[in-house]
Structures are given as C-alpha cells and as structure tokens.
Unconditional design. Sequence first.
Length: 521
Amino acid sequence: MEVFFVELIKRNIHMDRTRVQAVTQFTLEDDVNLPENKPDIAALNLEKGEVLIDEIKPGTDAVTVRGRLVFVVLYHTQEEGSNLVVLEGKLPFEEKINLQGVVPADAVTVDGDVEDITLNMINSRKLNIQSLITMTAKVEELYDEEAPIGIHGDEKVEYRRMPLNLAQIAICKNDIFRLKEEVALPSNYPNIFQILWNHISLGDVEFKVMEEKITISGDIHLFILYEGEGEDHPCRCFETALPFSGVLECHGCREGMLPDIRYRLGQQELAVRPDFDGEERNVGLELVLDISIRIYEEEKVEIISDMYGVSREINTVTHRANLRRLLSKVTGKTKVTDHIHVSGGTVLQLLHSEGSVTLEQRSPVENGILLQGSVLVKVMYITGEDESPYGSAQAQIPYQYTLEVPDIAPEDMGEVHAEVEQLQATMLDGEEMDVKAVLSFSTVVFKNIPVDLISQVNVSELDSSKMSSLPGMVVYMVKNGDNLWNIGKKYYVPVDTLRELNALDSDELKAGQKLLIVKGG
C-alpha cells in the first residue's frame, strides 16, 4: 500500500488507571466514661464501629487523613426501669499515609474499614475501646494513548495495519443514590418506645446500562431490636426485606456498554414515625449509596504497526503502551460453614445473624484468581439468664476460593468485589450453633495488550552506500520466519510489487520458495 508521507494521523484511546495506591493499618485505643444520664454497665452485649472520613489533605509523597471512629455499644444494666441501654460515641483520629508520587494537587480517595473492634469493662462507668482500622488511599486518573491510524504526506511509504479489539473508558464518575423507605410493624407487635439496635444491609444489587441512564435494583435487609411501649417495656425483634429500584441519570451511556459499577452503603438514618393513627409503629429509612461508575466501550481499531520508505529512509520513534481488551466478566459463589461455641450461658433462641466478608489476598493461578480471606459472623440470641437475657457471639471463618477466569495472566488482575449473599445460623444444642454462609464474588478482567505505538516519523535521504550494496536484481531464497513485509523492508521494495513480480495469490511464504526482487521496482 503506497501513500505520500508527511505526518501521522493519530487517534486518542481513552484509558484509566490507578496511578498510586497504599494500604495502612493502625490501632485506635481510648477509655470512655459513661455520660451521667446513662445507667451503670452490668454486662456488654453488642458493639459495632464505622469509619467516617472528614478531611483528606494530600502533600508530597504522603496524604494526611482526619476522621472519626463512630461506635455503638449495647449493654445490660441492673438498674430499674431498663434492661438494655445504647451508648454512642466517637474517637477522632489523624493518620499520615505514605503515598509515593502523590502531590498536593492530586485528587486522593480514601476508604476506611473497621477490621476489628473490642470493648472491655474497666468498671461499671468506664469502657476501654480498641479498634483495628484499615485505610486504602489511591489516586486514579484518566489519560489518553495516541495511536497512529493513518498517514498523509509527500513521500512514498509502505505501512501495515494491526487490528485490535480495545476496551476504552467511556464514562468515569462517582455518584450517589438516595433511598427512602418506610415499613410498618405487624399488628401483633407492640408500639416502639425506642430502637436499641439495628442492622441494615443490601442484597442482590444489580446495575443495568440503558440509554442515557443506569437502572439499579436490589433488596434492603433491615433488623431492629426495640423497646416496646408499656409498663414492662418489652424488647422485640423485627426483621424484613424491602425491594427497591431506581434510575441514575448518566449522560453518554448506551445499552451494550460494559459496566464496572461498585457501591458502598454510606450515610444511614433510621427513625421511628407515627402511623395514620398517630402511634409509633412505622420505621423510616433514609440511605445513601456511594457509587463508583466505570463504563467501558469495546471497539475494533486498526493501528499502524510498522512502516518503511521506498524512495526515502523512514525511521520511527515508538513508545511502549499498555492497551487492553475485555477478557472476562465473571461471578462466582462459595459456601463456608463453621460452629460457634457459646460460653457462659445457655442459648434459648437465636434472634439475628449478620456477616461481613474481608478479602485479604488475591493471587493469580492457572485460569483463575485465588481468593483468601475471612467472614466475620455475629449472632444475637436470648439466654436463660434473668440479669442478662440477651447475648451475642461472633466467629471469624476463613475461606479460600478460586474465581475461574480462563486465560488470565498475572498482569491481567481485576478488582474483585466480595459480599455475603446468604447467612444462616441454627442451634445444635444450648451451647453450640451451626453457621452457613454463601459468599459471592464478581470481577471485570481486562487483558493487557503491550504495544509499541509509533509516536514520531523521521524522513531522511537514502544511504547511498547502503543502496549500492543491494543488488539490482536478485532471486531470494525464502527462509523460516520470512514474510513479504520484512523482505520488502530490507530491499526498499513495495509489498504490492513483490506480489505482482512473483504472481503471488496470497502473502503466505514457504521456506525454500524463490522470489524475484528488482531494486527500485
């Protein structure tokens, strides 16, 4: 193929990447005194914590993070008029994370997770709180790779194209989705005096890319332990699942694009509301989902991979680029089981179980990703003790699972999302319970395509000594590994001329085949 050469026609290939990332762990510890309006502690029951990030301040090669550990404690008291009491508090922190390559102008995102939280009674009015926190800081960026797709100019030049199936980032943004729901208690439940404990989680969350929008659907799983109205203030549990659906506006997205959408359950507000009769029987939910949206578009692109001159010397300057194509979008599930032993009391009835999964290690293996981590399971139950009628137990259950991804290579690793899909706890006897969980994993894996992209072309006069050393006419004996392109490039002859001179029907050559080559043909 002959054209006149001046410059490259280039096209931008839109890419995204994590430029720098760091993970750090630290321990928070402090003593907390009970407020004067709270009764004495007889026994601790349940605790939970959440990390809230207040400020992210990038510097040079480091980022300073300020935030709070917000904790909630449910404890027993022996004072009259109440049995279970809720204590809420917060521990502020400031942590410096070393992040090599970060500068003050960078947009740094930080996620914080409570790996473990432990509370111990110092006395009936003071608690010691210890928590292990993991923070992940990273800088993500969009960039373009300039790929040559054509040439134009005033010199004869031979070039060849290489077809590539590429995945480009089409949409990259963060959004929020607000959920507002209200649920009424069944008629045989007492009115709500106060909510003592709650747990909210989402399940079966699904995103679909449509024209100019993204649909979202799933279930809200709600558990509350509450103190009822009445002289005895009876404690009751209520658990339900609420389906939800909605739409996120997303300019530029189209059906058929490839979504890689992740969510975190952010702000949660739960409030008791009156029903139509003015009785405190409804529970209102207001949730915020923090959503990370990455939508990719697959396209076939033909790039110019090599070129040579016929009447001039052509030298190319290349740079290494890592392009990518979609390898696989996969999901997988695994089951884990374990027994939890309860010490110091008899379990009469299980009330509620909840679990969270931690992905601690990802390792590439043949045709898959080996995932290792643990599931933290907490179970609330009724005991046979009059002084502390409620108890809780927890267990850390390890798991190991290979998520199948055919043809994956170590450099093709994608982000893996893990969640607890199902959790069931049953009593075996008064001191032991059986726990079964189904864990689900999902990932989008891109195949890394290392390519030398031509970024610049230099034209110069032909080397006369080099040209004079080439024969005017030669019968060339094809060797193993030869092709028309390499032969034409060596002798400064267009590929089409080689075909015509040798009456070739195809570009396939065999070792030992003879080719007639005429210089300047």
